[in-house]
Design a protein around this ligand. Structure first.
Ligand code: COI
Length: 356
């Protein structure tokens, strides 16, 4: 149990007006959670402080070798003012999987969840309540040793910032177009693909720019060895409905184990649908699209929630999914998840956690 010291700001900022367009990840609140790690001492000095710029040596290791990790989750407020998180224990577990891969010290899961709850509680008045809005929570850890040798740092900072946000995609729930990338790759097995670390996102930018220039909003990555099997989108995992079955690429070490991905699998099974986690080749996907068996495609992610995909492009072929609109299962999953998250629907699998 952390003993979190809270120092409140004396200069609170103006909060966004009700109905204001928030965008995603652009507005930050009055406070942040901070905790330090020192080798031999462990994690120490957990505190909530006024939001401020960081001051550290330009030799701090994070700037040079990218030893850092991050997480993403959201806080939701219902009309009674109750505040909920969605499966924060999953983010805590994934944090330590990422930390292991990057030689960052683990954080006890209960401390991670306590820290998230504490900053959300301090900033609960910042949580927006317009439809589709929430407070995005960004925990992250950076290596802070002043040293240019390539080695694990001996000191770190764990910080949580929060951001009142609207939909991740400016288009909201409208179907997005996705570019299947066959030149660049995001990750390989044995690398860091399963870890939530900045390097994976830096590696994605080149193809992302290429896709944007061609009029597509995201990149669908193929495996890094054969460029044959579907992996993930980068800002979300990917899921298909093929011939009545829900199909998603199996976790193989180079795919991020998404919390929403896991929730979709479990909710679909709970509904009695057949779910397959397996290798999906791009050739199978193209063939299913051509024959009309590819009924729905949607992305799953914390920021993106459930994001319908209206078209896929692979090499010179553009495939429209269904009628290019929002599929029935996609819409049902979106309605169910947002209903559970905002406390409007029953929570049959026990995922909602109240921040009291
Ligand atoms: C999230 O969905 O929380 C993510 O971390 C994706 C992000 C790159 C916006």
């Amino acid at each position: 149990m952390l003993d979190i010291k809270i120092t409140k700001t004396t200069e609170p900022k103006a909060k966004p007006e009700k109905g204001a367009a928030l965008g995603f990840g652009k507005i930050f609140t009055d406070h942040m959670f901070v905790m330090n790690y020192t080798e031999g001492q462990g994690w120490h000095d957990p505190r909530i402080e006024p939001f401020h710029n960081l001051s550290m040596s330009p030799a701090a290791m994070v700037y040079h070798y990218g030893q850092e990790m991050f997480e993403g989750l959201k806080a939701y407020k219902n009309e009674n003012g109750d505040v909920f998180l969605f499966r924060p224990d999953m983010n805590a577990k994934r944090t330590n999987k990422t930390n292991d891969r990057l030689c960052i010290p683990n954080i006890p899961e209960e401390d991670f969840v306590q820290a998230v709850k504490a900053i959300v509680d301090v900033e609960r008045d910042w949580i927006p309540t317009d439809p589709g809005t929430s407070m995005y929570i960004r925990p992250f850890i950076i290596a802070t040793d002043e040293f240019l040798g390539v080695a694990p740092s001996k000191t770190y900072m764990f910080i949580i910032i929060v951001s009142p946000s609207g939909a991740y995609y400016a288009s909201g729930l409208a179907p997005v177009g996705i570019w299947i990338e066959d030149e660049y790759v995001r990750a390989v097995r044995g690398g860091m693909g399963f870890a939530k670390t900045g390097g994976n996102y830096a590696a994605s930018l080149k193809a992302q720019v290429k896709a944007h220039d061609a009029g597509y909003s995201q990149v669908l990555w193929l495996d890094g060895v054969e460029r044959k099997y579907i992996e993930e989108v980068g800002a979300m995992n990917i899921c298909f409905k093929i011939n009545g079955k829900v199909v998603t690429p199996a976790l193989n070490g180079s795919i991020l184990p998404g919390v929403t991905r896991d929730s979709v699998i479990n909710m679909c099974k709970y509904w009695g649908l057949e779910v397959e986690e397996r290798k999906v080749s791009v050739d199978e996907l193209v063939a299913a699209a051509r024959s009309g068996e590819l009924e729905e495609v949607f992305g799953t992610g914390t920021a993106a929630v459930i994001s319908p995909v209206g078209k896929l492009r692979y090499k010179d072929e553009v495939m429209t999914i269904g009628d290019g609109g929002i599929g029935e299962l996609t819409q049902k999953l979106y309605d169910t998840f947002t209903g559970i998250q905002w406390g409007r629907l029953e929570d049959p699998l026990g995922w909602r956690v109240e921040v009291k």
